[in-house]
Design a protein around this ligand. Structure first.
Ligand code: TRP
Length: 350
């Protein structure tokens, strides 16, 4: 029996959401609602895997969790038709992660580039949670037996690990799964990444070779989802460019990372191809392209910022959405946990 198609994805509540998060992930989340049942999770348990200096402490964490929830809704995710909740409200995430800890191998996790990057040189001082981060991520997805996972390019390796964990679990417990009569010995689906955003890599506005990042020291390097119209326009006008006019064809963007990035942002926000954008703006002055881009960014993003502001002003309303979402998530999660425990041989309370 094939698995029912289901979408799951998560966003960490660690600091500013920016245009990169929006175009690389959230726009896709919105789109997937038309064709799938979707579960969108604010992964607060992932958020605490780095030092408290990074995630900001309890007050910041709660604030950021509500802000990401607000961003989901402001961007067009419907929490009535789909599920929006925060991870820590459903205990199955941690429970399934433990079982997966005993399926995943040290060698697999040791190869994860995100761990290597985030841990830096001082690995001895990284938290165990940071090392284990991809296992919790696999648990997030497989707790709902989700089949499709819209993510940014940087999460591809973690999705491969999720597939390896699902496959090893299915193998290791194959006899038990068959004995339970579950889906021909296939208990967990092998989830597929969907890396199809209009702009899967949005680069810094100050350096076209670096990814747009919430941790860049310069706020001018990114457009935050909470920036107001004036700030957005100013950041675009200040964005780094080179002295050449825009090319008329896409090939002309090679080796011009800043120009390529701005054209990519324009294309993504307008739903056009880069080639099409260059047909309109190629050979023209960079400043007139920037004006058009600033206007486009403001038209698309300022309403989202406004709606987020309105939503976070009423935390009670956001908390009610998270409560309701987590109740619906838990109903699915509990079923998976029940079956998983039977498969592993854990005696459940009956
Ligand atoms: N690791 C993801 C990121 O940093 C966030 C995440 C956690 C996630 N759990 C997930 C994404 C499950 C997709 C599915 O972007």
């Amino acid at each position: 029996m094939p698995f029912v198609e289901r979408v799951f994805s998560g966003v960490q509540p660690t600091g500013n959401l920016h245009l990169g998060n929006y175009l690389g992930a959230i726009v896709n989340f919105v789109k997937m609602q038309e064709t799938h049942n979707c579960i969108y999770c604010v992964v607060d348990m992932h958020a605490i895997t780095q030092g408290v200096d990074v995630w900001g402490g309890p007050v910041e964490l709660a604030r950021n969790t509500r802000e990401v929830t607000a961003a989901f809704i402001a961007a067009g995710i419907d929490p009535k038709k789909h599920i929006v909740f925060n991870q820590s409200q459903v205990s199955g995430h941690a429970e399934l992660a433990w079982i997966f800890n005993c399926v995943a191998r040290m060698g697999w996790l040791g190869r994860m580039t995100q761990f290597k990057e985030k841990a830096g040189k001082d690995r001895e001082n990284a938290s165990v949670g940071l090392f284990d981060y991809p296992v919790l991520m696999a648990a997030d997805i497989l707790l709902y037996r989700a089949t499709h996972v819209p993510v940014g390019e940087d999460q591809k390796q973690h999705l491969e690990l999720s597939r390896d964990i699902a496959q090893k679990f299915n193998n290791d417990f194959g006899d038990s799964i068959r004995a339970q009569g579950t889906n021909d010995g296939l208990f967990f689906p092998l989830p597929e990444p969907l890396i199809t955003g209009p702009a899967t890599r949005v680069m810094s506005l100050r350096d076209g070779t670096k990814k747009m990042s919430k941790s860049d020291a310069s706020d001018n390097s990114r457009i935050n989802l909470t920036d107001d119209a004036d700030t957005i326009a100013q950041k675009i006008r200040k964005a780094k460019t080179d002295p050449e006019p825009l090319p008329t064809e896409e090939k002309g963007l090679e080796a011009r990372p800043e120009a390529d990035n701005l054209v990519g942002i324009f294309a993504a926000l307008s739903g056009r191809s880069k080639a099409d954008v260059l047909r309109e703006f190629g050979n023209g002055q960079f400043s007139s392209f920037k004006n058009a881009l600033a206007e486009l960014c403001v038209t698309k993003l300022a309403p989202i910022a406004g709606e987020m502001k309105r939503l976070v002003a009423d935390p009670g309303h956001i908390d009610a959405i998270l409560n309701e979402g987590s109740d619906r998530a838990r109903a699915i999660a509990d079923e998976t946990m029940k079956l998983s425990k039977d498969i592993v041989g854990f005696i459940r309370r009956r």
